[in-house]
Design a binder for this molecule. Structure first.
Ligand code: WT7
Length: 649
C-alpha cells in the first residue's frame, strides 16, 4: 500500500465535485437515483430485472444460488447463447445494417462489419470449428493481434459453446505454452504475424516454439495478416481464409446453461503460476451488458472506442461482450498510440468521430508528456464521454484528460474492477455522479463494497484499509481453472464470507472511494498486472542468478516500474551485459511487459527473521536512487545500513 499520511487523504478529497452538465444529464441513461434505489430495495430483484435485457431461451429458476459459498451460481437453469445476444437479437430488432465492428490497421487499412456481416462471419467460423471437431466445453486458445478475426473467433466459440482462452499477443511463446497446457486447449488460433510500429512480428513461427510442447493441440488455424512465411505442419496447420471460403454462413446458436463456462483468462497472482480465471455464461453477460449500458451511457449513434487489447479482461468485457450485447458500434485499432506519430489516436477519434473513449491512466500520462500539440491539431469535438481503467488515476492526469481531451465538457468515468470481477464494480454514472478527480466514486447499483481494517471492521472516513466486496455479483469469477482451492484461499479467506480484492482503499467523508492499488505482491505496470513471483521465478531460472526479489518502483508514466534485486552465483560478476541478458531472459520467459526496468545486483536480500523478503525496504532503496544512476552493483552496505532503520516484523 502506498504510504500516504492522513493529511494527503484530506487534500485529495478537497476537490469541489464536478457535476454533470445539464445538457449531458438530460439525455443520459441515468440521471436520478432510481437504479440505486431499486437495487437497495431488493438486490436480487434488481439483477433479475437487468437480466431481462438479454434473450433467454429458458428462464432461470433461481437468481442466486448461494448454497455452497464461495461457489456461487447465478440464474441457475437459465439458458441462453452469448453470440445470439451479441448479434442475432439486434438483427431481429432491425439493426442488421448498423456497424458492429469498425477496424483500422496500423497501416491505415480499414474494415467495417455490420451486425449482419459480423453474424455471417461468426456463423462461418462456427461451422469451421465444428467441422474440426471442436464442440461444447472444448478449450480454444486465441493468440492474435488486434484484428477482426480475433473477435470473430471469440464469438464463434461462444456460439458453439467452446471455451476461449485469449492470450495477450505480447506474451512470449513460453507464457503461451503454459496457458495452452493449463487450459488443455485442443486448438490454437493465431496469425502469421502482427504489425507493430512499422515492423512485422512473426507470430505463427513464435507460436511453434510453444506448440512443439503442447501435445493436446490438434489443429492450428492461422490468419494471414502480414504475409510472413512459415513452414506449415501438414495435418495440423490450416489457413483461416481457406477454411472460411466454403463455410456455410448459418449456424444455430447452441443453447448454453447460464453456469456453463464462457472463457478462461489468465491473470497474474502472488505465486509464479498465473491463475486461470473462469467466467461463466449468464451472469457474466448480465454484468457486462448492464454496466456497459449505464457506465458508458450507451446511445444509439455512439462510436465507442476502448483502447485495450482483447487479451485482457477490459477487451473481453468492454470491446466485445458489453458493447455488442447492447448493439453498439465498437471500434478497434491494431497499433500503438505513437505510430506513425504521436497523434495517431486523435487522428482516429477525428476520422471515425468517436463519441466514447476508454483508456488507461498510463496512456493518459504518456499523452500529457508528449505535449498538447498532438492533441490540439485534431478535431475531438465528437467526444462526449471519457473513461479510465487499470490503475488509480492521479488527479493531475485526470484534470489534463478532462481539459485537453474532453475539452471540459466530457464526464470521466474512472472505473475500478478486476479480471476476477468480470464487470465494472466501482464507477461514476456519468449523468448523475458528481466527479472527484482521482476517485472512482462509489459502487455500481447492486454491488456492495466496503473498506475494512485488519480486524474486519469498516474503516472511518480518511482511514485506509482493504477493499472488499460484500456480496456475490453476477459476473464474478466462478473458480480458478483446475484449482478451486487456490480460488478459496486467494479471495475468500482473509475475511470469511467476503471477497478480498487485494487492493487498499479509503473512503472520504462524502463516501467516495479512493483506491490505492495492490496490497499484495502484484504489480501494476502500465495497467497490466504482473506478479512479482512470476518475474522472480523467471530470473532465477537464469544460470547466473541465485535469488531474486522484484518490487514495483513508482514510475511517472507506468505507475510502477519493475525493479529487480538479484544475488549472483559464485563466479558471476554483475555487469551491464548481465543486466541486459537478464532483462531479455525475462522478456523471453514472460513477455516484454514483464522485462525489469532496472536490475540491481546485491550480495544479500534483506529478509525478516521468518525469511520474508522486506520489499518495502527494497522499494525505498530503489526509489532513493537517482534516475540517472546506472550502476548495477549494489553496495551491500546500503542494504545493511538501511535495514538497521527498519523494525523487523
Ligand atoms: C487491478 C486489476 C479491470 C481491468 C484492468 C485491470 C487496478 C483497475 C482501477 C481503477 C484504481 C484500478 C486494481 C485492481 N485497477 N482499475 N479505476 N482505479 N485501480 O485488470 O489486470 O485484473 O487488474 O487493477 O489494483 O485490483 P486486472
Amino acid at each position: 500500500m502506498t504510504d500516504k499520511k492522513s493529511e494527503d487523504f484530506i487534500a485529495d478529497s478537497q476537490f469541489e465535485p464536478l457535476k454533470p452538465s445539464a445538457k449531458f444529464a438530460k439525455s443520459a441513461r441515468v440521471n436520478d437515483d432510481m437504479l440505486f434505489r431499486e437495487a437497495q430495495n431488493d438486490r436480487l430483484a434488481f439483477w433479475a430485472k437487468m437480466a431481462k435485457n438479454l434473450k433467454w431461451n429458458s428462464k432461470w429458476d433461481r437468481i442466486l444460488d448461494d448454497d455452497k459459498p464461495p461457489f456461487y451460481k447465478w440464474f441457475t437453469n437459465g439458458k441462453l447463447n452469448v453470440s445470439e445476444n451479441c448479434l442475432d437479437i439486434h438483427i431481429n430488432n432491425g439493426l442488421g445494417d448498423k456497424k458492429a465492428l469498425i477496424f483500422e490497421g496500423e497501416e491505415g487499412d480499414t474494415q467495417v462489419l455490420t451486425y449482419k456481416q459480423l453474424l455471417k462471419e461468426v456463423c462461418k467460423f462456427s461451422n469451421v470449428l465444428t467441422k474440426l471437431g471442436i464442440g461444447k466445453g472444448d478449450a480454444v486458445t486465441v493468440w492474435m493481434p488486434m484484428i477482426p478475426e480475433a473477435i470473430i473467433a471469440m464469438l464463434a466459440c461462444t456460439r458453439i459453446g467452446a471455451i476461449h482462452s485469449v492470450v495477450f499477443g505480447g506474451f512470449s511463446p513460453e507464457a503461451l505454452k503454459d496457458r495452452i497446457l493449463d487450459s488443455e486447449s485442443k486448438m490454437v488460433i493465431t496469425a502469421d504475424g502482427a504489425n507493430r510500429r512499422g515492423k512485422v512480428i512473426p507470430m505463427r513461427n513464435a507460436a511453434e516454439q510453444a506448440l512443439e510442447e503442447c501435445p493436446s493441440v490438434e489443429k492450428v488455424i492461422i490468419v494471414k495478416r502480414t504475409g510472413t512465411s512459415y513452414k506449415t505442419k501438414p495435418g495440423r496447420d490450416l489457413g483461416w481464409s481457406e477454411l472460411m471460403a466454403d463455410a456455410n454462413d448459418r449456424f444455430e446458436p447452441v443453447n448454453m446453461d447460464a453456469e456453463d463456462p464462457l472463457f478462461i483468462l489468465y491473470s497474474s497472482g502472488t505465486t509464479g503460476k498465473p491463475k486461470g480465471i473462469l467466467h461463466s455464461t449468464g451472469g457474466y453477460l448480465v454484468g457486462v451488458n448492464t454496466t456497459f449500458r449505464y457506465v458508458f451511457d450507451h446511445q444509439e449513434d455512439d462510436i465507442y472506442w476502448c483502447t485495450a487489447d482483447i487479451g485482457w479482461i477490459t477487451g473481453h468485457s468492454y470491446i466485445v461482450y458489453g458493447p455488442l450485447s447492447n448493439g453498439s458500434s465498437t471500434f478497434i485499432y491494431e497499433g500503438t498510440p505513437d505510430y506513425p506519430s504521436r497523434d495517431r489516436f486523435w487522428e482516429l477519434v477525428e476520422k471515425y468521430k468517436v463519441t466514447v473513449f476508454y483508456t488507461a491512466p498510463t496512456a493518459i500520462r504518456s499523452f500529457m508528456r508528449w505535449g498538447n500539440d498532438h492533441v490540439d491539431k485534431r478535431d475531438l469535438s465528437s467526444l462526449r464521454l471519457l473513461g479510465s481503467v487499470g490503475e488509480p488515476i492521479n488527479p493531475e492526469a485526470w484534470l489534463w484528460y478532462h481539459e485537453h481531451i474532453g475539452k471540459g465538457k466530457c464526464p470521466i468515468v474512472d472505473t475500478w474492477w478486476q479480471t476476477e470481477t468480470g464487470m465494472i464494480m466501482i464507477t461514476p454514472l456519468p449523468g448523475l455522479t458528481p466527479l472527484k478527480p482521482g476517485s472512482a466514486s462509489w459502487a455500481f447499483p447492486g454491488i456492495e463494497v466496503d473498506v475494512l481494517d485488519d480486524n474486519g471492521n469498516p474503516t472511518e472516513a480518511g482511514q485506509r484499509g482493504f477493499l472488499v466486496i460484500k456480496s456475490p455479483w453476477p459476473a464474478m469469477l466462478r473458480t480458478l481453472h483446475g484449482d478451486p482451492e487456490r480460488f478459496e484461499n486467494t479471495y475468500w479467506k482473509q475475511y470469511p464470507g467476503l471477497y478480498f480484492t487485494g487492493d487498499g482503499a479509503w473512503k472520504d467523508k462524502d463516501g467516495y472511494l479512493w483506491i490505492m492499488g495492490r496490497v499484495d505482491d502484484v504489480l501494476n505496470v502500465s495497467g497490466h498486472r504482473i506478479g512479482t513471483m512470476e518475474v522472480e521465478s523467471a530470473l532465477v531460472e537464469h544460470p547466473a542468478a541465485v535469488e531474486a526479489a522484484v518490487i514495483g518502483k513508482v514510475h511517472e508514466i507506468k505507475g510502477h516500474a519493475i525493479t529487480a534485486f538479484v544475488t549472483l552465483k559464485e563466479g558471476y560478476e554483475g555487469s551491464d551485459e548481465l543486466v541486459q541478458e537478464l532483462k531479455s531472459h525475462v522478456g523471453k520467459k514472460i513477455g516484454a511487459i514483464a522485462r525489469p526496468e532496472e536490475i540491481f545486483f546485491t550480495y544479500e536480500l534483506p529478509k525478516t527473521r521468518s525469511g520474508k523478503i522486506m520489499r518495502r525496504l527494497l522499494r525505498d532503496i530503489a526509489e532513493q536512487r537517482d534516475l540517472g544512476d546506472v550502476t548495477t552493483l549494489m553496495d551491500p552496505q546500503v542494504v545493511a545500513t538501511i535495514k538497521e532503520g527498519y523494525t523487523e516484523k
